[in-house]
Ligand binder design. Sequence first.
Ligand code: NAI
Length: 697
Amino acid sequence: MSASYEVRDGVAVITLNNPPVNGLGYDTRVGITQGLEQAQSDAAVRAIVITGGGKAFSGGADIREFGTPKAIAEPNLLSVIRAIELCSKPVVAAVHSVAMGGGLELALGCHYRVTAPGAQIALPEVKLGLIPGAGATQRLPRVLGLETALNMIVSGETVKSEVLAALPGQKLFQQVIEGDLLAGAIAYALQVADQRPLPLVRELKVTHPNAEAYLQFARNMVKGMSKNFPAPGKCVDAVEMSVKRKFDEGMTGEREIFLALMLTPECKALRHAFLGERAASKIPDVPEGTPVREVRTVGVIGAGTMGGGITMNFLNAGIPVTLLEMKQEALDRGVATIRKNYEAQVKKGKLKQDKYEQRMALLGTTLGYDDLKDADLVIEAVFEEMGVKEAVFKQLDAIAKPGAILASNTSTLDVDKIAACTQRPQDVVGLHFFSPANVMKLLEVVRGKATAKDVLATVMGVAKKIKKTAVVSGVCDGFIGNRMIEQYGRQAGYLLDEGCTPSQVDKAIEKFGFAMGPFRMGDLAGNDIGWAIRKRRAQERPNMRYSKTADLLCEMGRFGQKTGAGWYDYQPGKRDAIASPVVEQMIADYRKEQGITPRKIGDDEIVQRLVYSLVNEAARILEEGIASKASDIDMVYLTGYGFPLHRGGPLCYADTVGLYNVAAAMKRFAANPHDDAGFWQPAPLLARLVAEGKTFN
Ligand code: NAI
C-alpha cells in the first residue's frame, strides 16, 4: 500500500508513501480512501490529517502510470477528493515541500489546509498542454480569488506557500506552521475536530469587482502569448466557469475541456517531450545505479566560440574550470568573451554582480598541459581537424590522471579514431555541445566503441548538473542531429534548383513553426562551416549529390551575417534578412546550367520535403542503433534544432500525420527527376512500420 495509517492523540494520520514525490498512483489513491474509511469507523478518531512522506506532499499524477489503465482506475482522483469532502470527520491537509497538480487538487478537496513555509505550490498541467482535471480550475479561484488563481493556472509557475498564505483574504491555507509540521497539523486538527458543518471549498463564491472585464483582458493576453497551444486559452474558459456556473456544472465543464485537450496533437507533443526528456537520460545497457566517477574539476581545451560557452556551463554550476589555449592572445580573447557574456547578463539584471564574481573566480587559465593533470573531465574544443585533435589527445593521454574522462566536442569527426589516439579509449567520449553552448539545452553524448559504461553514466550525471538535455548517439558522420540536418540541407538546396527563392523556403518552414528557416540559419551560423564540411565529405563520398548553389555562394565570399552578405543581404549593424538580387541571379544561372525549368512550388511541398527528409534519415539512424529510441531523436530536434515544440519532434510529427501518408509522399518525391530518388526510398524501418500499421513512438 502506498499510503500508511496511524492514529496519534485521536487524530488519524494518512501519509502518502510513493517515492520520489508521492505521485497519486492507483495504490496511493486506494490507500487514501481506505484510510478515510478506517478513520470514520474508529470512534476514537476525532479528525484526520493527510500528509506526504519524504520529499513531497504530492507531486500530482504518477507519471509512471501515464497511458495505462491504472491511471484512471477507480478510485480516480475525483472520487478520492469526493470521499474526502463527504468524510464525516474533518480532514486537514498538511502541505510541505511540493504540492503540485493533482497534489494541490487533493489538498483543495480537504476541509482545512495547513502548510510548512517554503512549499512549492503549482498547477503545471498547462505545460503538458492540459488544464487541471480534478477541480483546481473551480476550487483555486474560490480560495485565492480570480486573478491569482488564473495566473497560476495559465502560467503553471510555482509559488511558495508562505507567499500565498500572506495574500489578503486568501482561504487556501488556514495556518503556516513553523517547525514540526505534523505535530502542528495534529494540534490544528484537534482544534477544529468538533466544528460542524465542515467547510467545503466548493461552497465558497468567487468574488471579483469586475470579473467580466478581467477575463476579457486575460483572454487577450493569453492569446498573444500562446500562439500554437490551445491549453492556456482553455484555462481561461475553465476558470470563467468558476465565476459563472454552479460548482458541479463547472466541474463538468472542466472535465469536458480536459478530455478534449488530451486528444489534441499539441498535448500529445508536450507529453511526448516531457516523457522524452526523462527517457533520454536512461541508456538501455547502462543500468541505473552504475557507479559514477567524481567530477570536481574540469579542463577545457580551446577558448574559441565553443570552448568559452562550454566553460560557462561549468562555472554556472559552481565547478572550477581550467581553460587551455596555445597562445596568450587567444586565451585573453576567450576570457574577455566570457566576461562580456556575463556582464551582459548583469546589465540585464539576470545575474547579480557577486554571483558573476564568484563564477569568474572559478576560472583558471593556462598555456601548458601540466595544469590539466588533476582535472576529472577534460573537454576539447579545438579546430575541427583530425590532425589537431590527434595531437591534443596524445598530449592529454600523456598527462591526464588515471580515470580522467577525456571528451571531444567534435561535431562530425570519428570519436573512435580520436579515442584510438590514446592508450585509454574506454575513457574517451564525445560531448557535442550546440552553439551558443551556454544557452542551448542539447548535449549529444557520443558513445564510442570502447567508451566505458561508468564514463557514460558519469557524463549523463554531469549533463544534468549543468542543466542540459543529454541524448546518447552512436558514432557516425554527424551523429544524430547533424546527420539528419545534412539531408534537410540537401532538400533546401534542391528546392532552390527547382524554382524556390531562399525566403520562400524559409517562410514556409517558419510558418510550420521552426524558429528559423535553413537559409536564415546558414547566414547566422556562417555558411563557410557547411562549406568546409561538404569539402571533407566530397573526398570521403565522391558520389555525393547536392545543389552546388551553397558552394557558389561561399565562392562569392557570402558567408552570412558576419560578412554582411549570405543568402540574404544585411545592412550594417542590422540582422534583418533582405532578399538579394545577386543570389537570385546566381540561382537562376545555376538552374539554366543544370537544364532545369523552374516551377512554382507550394508551401506544403516545401515543408514535407524538409521535414520528411529528417524523418527518413531518422528511421535509418534508429535502425542502425545510432539512436536507441525514437523519442531520443525527437529530443535532439526539439532542444538543439528549433523544431516546433507543439509538433513534438520529427518522428512524433510523422506519427501524427500517419506513417502511411509520410511514406506515400516519399515515393512521390522519389519520382522527381531533380531530386534524389535513392534517398527517398522509405527507410526499411519506416516501410516495416507502415506495413505493420505501427508508429515510431
Ligand atoms: P573556434 O575556431 O572558435 O575555436 C577553436 C579554438 O581552439 C581557437 O581559439 C584556437 O586557438 C584553439 N586551438 C586550436 N588548436 C588548439 C590546440 N592545439 N590547443 C589548444 N587550443 C587550440 O572553433 P569553435 O567553433 O569553437 O569549434 C571548436 C570545436 O567545436 C570544433 O571541433 C567544432 O567542430 C566544434 N563545434 C562547433 C560548433 C559551432 O557552432 N561553432 C558547434 C558544435 C561543435
